[in-house]
Design a protein around this ligand. Structure first.
Ligand code: ZN
Length: 87
């Protein structure tokens, strides 16, 4: 399955979308519009793997193939922090 597509000149959509991918687990196949949705998807996969005694090697990546910006990485950390405190 293709995890992300390379932007073409016809693609005017500048809104970054995110997906999750790992070499073992593959990609989730979604295009999440927000970091929060991508984190939620990642956690669902981690929980699913944990219930089967494994773990998820997925990571959040940008659907356009560009590396995450520092701000985006910070945002992901913040979301994980907030989720952690809820438990
Ligand atoms: Zn997903």
């Amino acid at each position: 399955m293709e995890c992300y597509r390379i932007k073409t000149s016809r693609d005017d959509d500048d809104d970054a979308t995110y997906t999750t991918s790992g070499s073992v687990r593959g990609c989730c196949g979604h295009r999440h519009r927000t970091l929060g949705a991508a984190v939620a998807c990642l956690r669902r996969d981690q929980d699913g793997c944990a219930s089967q005694g494994g773990y998820s090697d997925r990571d959040i990546i940008r659907s356009d193939g560009n590396p995450l910006t520092e701000g985006e990485r910070f945002g992901i950390d913040e979301i994980f922090d907030r989720l952690w405190k809820m438990h």
